[in-house]
Design a protein around this ligand. Sequence first.
Ligand code: COA
Length: 257
Amino acid sequence: MEFKNISLEIRERVGIIKMNRPDALNALNTETLLELSQAMHNLSFENENVRVIILTGEGKAFVAGADIAVMKDMPPLKAREFSHLGQRVFHFIATQEKPVIAAVNGFALGGGCELALACDIRIASDKAKIGQPEVNLGIIPGFAGTQRLSRLVGIAKAKEMIFTGDMIDATTALSIGLVNQVVPADQLMNFCLELANKIASKGPTAVKLAKTVINQGIQANLATGTSYEKEAFSLCFATGEQKEGMYAFLEKRKPNW
Ligand code: COA
């Protein structure tokens, strides 16, 4: 599939999806969501070499939200479909098994904040501005922001951000646990690539299982979550990667997986 609004690059074990519609600050219209979905499917299922995915944006925005020009005259059922599509694409990003790092290079607003929330790890440039400004437009977040933001930063901070629509800077985002780390803008991609390569050098099935168990367990009670963990732990012993990892340790060499 030819992409118009995103770009896809593979650097060894890391796939990089760049939102690439800078004239509209990478705003998400239907076409862009479908392209993002297709690119994620490619990296998840059709590229075995790719172990980690980085999502970022071209220009001064990561993503400045769902496309307001597209939404302005939407009838309610179209709006419902649009919300459903965004939620489905982001759900896929969150639940497919390869780790996804959001390299938040600039504005991550509305759907942009929600896209970053669907990723596993968020690294922000010191120039990033993050928010859920939907109430300024007379709507609420529709791509799962009301749900993922409150689960990540707690209900109080999520309500403050969603009720006021205020943007927060990267340092504030770090202080509330919305991003994992803040780095200078010119070092963002190198930092994310190093992080991605580090994760890619670990037991690949172990990393995938860890992601899945953490995601499933956080929605369950402790007994259910630990039971998922036990089954996934035992599955590691069926992959061959566990033997390679443990023998490599004992033989004082790097594992080869
Ligand atoms: N949807 C559609 N177009 C958008 C957009 C969005 N979410 N965000 C920005 N754009 C467009 C602008 O309309 C403008 O287009 P134009 O050049 O044809 O006029 C272009 O991107 C550049 O944006 P501009 O507002 O001129 O940049 P800025 O640096 O002055 O301000 C923002 C940047 C992010 C503060 C501002 O664009 C903004 O508030 N965007 C909307 C954010 C939002 O409400 N998102 C949630 C949507 S549900």
